[in-house]
Design a protein around this ligand. Structure first.
Ligand SMILES: NC(=O)c1ccc[n+]([C@@H]2O[C@H](COP(=O)([O-])OP(=O)(O)OC[C@H]3O[C@@H](n4cnc5c(N)ncnc54)[C@H](O)[C@@H]3O)[C@@H](O)[C@H]2O)c1
Ligand SMILES: O[C@H]1[C@H](O)[C@@H](O)[C@H](O)[C@@H](O)[C@H]1O
Length: 337
């Protein structure tokens, strides 16, 4: 049976996911889409050479009897509303990060899912599906570098637009680390501080860029994450784990090395689409397979909530300059698997 998907939001990642669901992955097909820019949605489908129903409103996609499961790929502040509506309709939903704009919003989704009685939500945290992060986690869990003591990480984007603000460095960008570093260390955050270095001249008035976010975890691991979204030189994700017996680093994406004109050269990527292209394929194939098997196993609404609890503390720390506690409630039994 082919799983019939409805996609809400046909911008950059919406189009990427539509392309991969129809042309790369097995067992699913996009049958309906919506975007507030309806003409843009039609043009996107035409470019992709895919025919699907186009609706004005995401709620029409969710209500359509033709649609078995939903992908939410619209702007961040719309995620909570569409995810809650999908749960109310009893339809599985893959929601891009962040699950909601605050821990409170994520909690409403968690509560609705628990009330429904069965997992329906997968959050679009793709890094745990990335081969490099998986290899890094294996080295840690097999004890090759001993107990982790410190992590040094960087999340660098080449540039961002005028509508990207200082808080989005947390809710839209750091949110990936907030999830993947919990997964990697199997630990929870205890406290956080945000430090602002000198601002790059490539930023604009609404954005303090770069930022350094400093965490302590429950086990006492210290983590520093540099977020630098106008780094100019490329798209660069770094993660180094310092253990008691050695160091493990996230591998660089493979690239051809050249020797020419007395220079050694390796190209860098510039776009998240290419950096995590395989991870997106694996996460969405897992969603499709799990929906068909009747049991979701990917990043859960609870993972979305946990990342947002930490994000809320980071936002507070951005404003206060102080070390702020991260207060994570106990995991409900519903999410214990
Ligand atoms: N997992 C990842 O690595 C990753 C990568 C990129 C984007 N994202 C997330 O995906 C989402 C989309 O990002 P993007 O880069 O594609 O942005 P985008 O601006 O290119 O696309 C978003 C689209 O959503 C549409 N939209 C906004 N409100 C809507 C609504 N109420 N109903 C229907 N459509 C609506 C916009 O018109 C736009 O076409 C964001 O939440 C972002 O955080 C995740
Ligand atoms: O939506 C994108 C995406 O999540 C990328 O992975 C991240 O590097 C960007 O900062 C963010 O704006």
């Amino acid at each position: 049976m082919t799983l019939k998907l409805g996609v809400i939001g046909t911008g950059a990642i919406g189009q990427e996911h539509i392309r991969r669901c129809n042309n790369v992955l097995q067992g699913a097909k996009v049958v309906a889409v919506s975007d507030i820019n309806v003409e843009g949605a039609r043009a996107a489908l035409q470019r992709l050479n895919i025919s699907a129903e186009v609706y004005q409103d995401g709620h029409q996609v969710i209500a359509s009897p033709e649609v078995d499961a939903i992908l939410v790929t619209s702007w961040d502040p719309t995620h909570e509303e569409f995810t809650l509506a999908a749960i109310a309709a009893g339809k599985p939903v893959f929601c891009e990060k962040p699950l909601a704009m605050s821990a409170e919003g994520c909690r409403r989704i968690v509560d609705a899912e628990i009330q429904h009685g069965k997992r329906l939500v997968q959050v679009g945290f793709m890094r745990p599906y990335d081969a490099g992060y998986r290899a890094l986690k294996k080295v840690i869990t097999e004890g090759e570098i001993g107990e982790p003591l410190m992590l040094h990480c960087a999340h660098r984007n080449q540039s961002v637009g005028e509508n990207y603000t200082t808080d989005m460095a947390i809710t839209n960008t750091l949110i990936h680390e907030l999830d993947v570093l919990r997964w990697l260390t199997e630990d929870d955050y205890k406290s956080v501080q945000v430090v602002f270095p000198r601002v790059t001249s490539k930023s604009h008035a609404q954005l303090k860029d770069p930022q350094i976010v400093l965490f302590e975890t429950q086990k006492g691991i210290r983590i520093d994450v540099e977020i630098f979204v106008n780094c100019a030189y490329g798209y660069d994700i770094q993660c180094e784990v310092v253990g008691e017996e050695g160091i493990a680093r996230l591998p660089e994406p493979s690239a051809i090395q050249t020797r020419k004109n007395a220079r050694l050269g390796t190209p860098l990527l510039t776009d998240w689409k290419d950096r995590f292209i395989d991870a997106y394929d694996v996460e969405l194939q897992a969603f499709i397979n799990d929906v068909k098997a009747g049991e979701l196993t990917g990043p859960s609404a609870w993972d979305g909530f946990a990342a947002s609890v930490a994000a809320d503390a980071c936002l507070k720390a951005q404003n206060s300059g102080a070390i702020e506690p991260v207060e994570m409630p106990p995991r409900p039994a519903f999410y214990s698997k």
